[in-house]
Design a protein around this ligand. Structure first.
Ligand SMILES: O=C(O)CCC(=O)C(=O)O
Ligand SMILES: [Fe+2]
Length: 293
């Protein structure tokens, strides 16, 4: 893979990590809940599929994990990737990451949790998805409050909204032009290694006010490493790419709120071993994007 950052300037500086300690870590029940059907309008892009759990039985073996990813004492740094775009490397502590996996597992495993969304033409996206705060799907966007199983998005957990706000404040120290935001939505994606991906797109379904003000998207990566593509055009030859590793947080806002972006590939066996040991996260990559509608 070649790294090409020709159109962006980069700075690498140490930063403070913060998510605060003291939050409860909990493991979601791996129970299968009965589907409840309600007589409510349904989102067409949200046809339900098999229940999906982030947790696999402790099925990983330590020798399937890359040796260099087994260290958890990596230093934190930041890279400015463009106007309004900042990558906070290794920003989240192991505990933060474990807590986030557990929050997502708790709400993701049952009714209103993870499912495989589809495009208008019926083709499935190559990921599992769930939403907090407000439902979004590729067909009806934010228009339908209910999914086809009658579920509504669970409320956005306080831990996630407060994490996003604090992260933006820390990023603003280095990137003055980055607007603040109060997240009310979180889209959670899970990509399996090799197969998982997300085509090039813009995040532009939030309110026109949010987009006009460039309120940032805060994107959290946990688990296996991804190759992330981004740029100001759909032209693949003019895109840049960057690796997003477990614990990284990418923020894009301001003039770059509508950058084109996508996930080109997810590399197997690249998740940190301590994360797998403490969560039993299945192979793949968890991504959370927090936004303000
Ligand atoms: O997985 C990622 O890094 C990006 C996710 C994304 O772009 C989205 O959910 O809109
Ligand atoms: Fe996106």
């Amino acid at each position: 893979m070649t790294m090409n950052h020709s159109t962006f300037y980069r700075l690498i500086k140490p930063i403070e990590s913060s998510f605060g300690g003291g939050r409860d870590a909990f493991y979601g029940p791996l129970t299968r809940r009965l589907k409840q059907y309600h007589n409510t309008p349904c989102a067409k892009g949200s046809v339900e599929s098999q229940p999906f759990s982030l947790i696999c039985c402790p099925c990983f073996s330590s020798n399937s994990v890359c040796e260099k990813t087994s260290k958890s004492n990596l230093s934190t740094s930041y890279e400015i990737l463009g106007s309004g775009v900042i990558l906070l490397k290794n920003y989240l502590s192991l505990k933060d990451q474990v807590d986030i996996v557990n929050i997502c597992e708790k709400r993701g495993v049952g009714h209103g949790g993870f499912y495989e969304p589809s495009h208008q033409n019926g083709a499935k996206l190559r990921l599992q998805m769930m939403c907090f705060g407000r439902n979004w799907d590729p067909v009806t966007k934010y228009k339908e409050r209910y999914r086809s199983d009658g579920s509504k998005a669970p409320p956005l957990p306080y831990e996630l909204s407060s994490l996003a706000k604090t992260t933006i404040q820390n990023a603003q120290v280095h990137l003055k032009e980055l607007p603040s935001m109060c997240p009310d939505i979180c889209i959670v994606n899970f990509y399996s290694p090799v197969y998982g991906r997300l085509g090039l797109h813009q995040d532009r379904d939030e309110s026109s006010d949010s987009l006009r003000r460039g309120l940032p998207v805060v994107s959290i990566s946990i688990g296996d490493t991804a190759e992330f593509l981004y740029g100001y055009t759909r032209n693949r030859n003019k895109l840049d790419n960057v690796l997003l590793q477990s614990g990284d947080v990418l923020i894009f806002g301001g003039k770059s709120r509508r950058i084109f972006h996508g996930v080109n590939q997810v590399f197997p066996n690249t998740a940190p071993l301590p994360l797998l040991q403490q969560t039993a996260l299945r192979p793949g990559r968890l991504n959370l994007t927090l936004r303000q509608f």
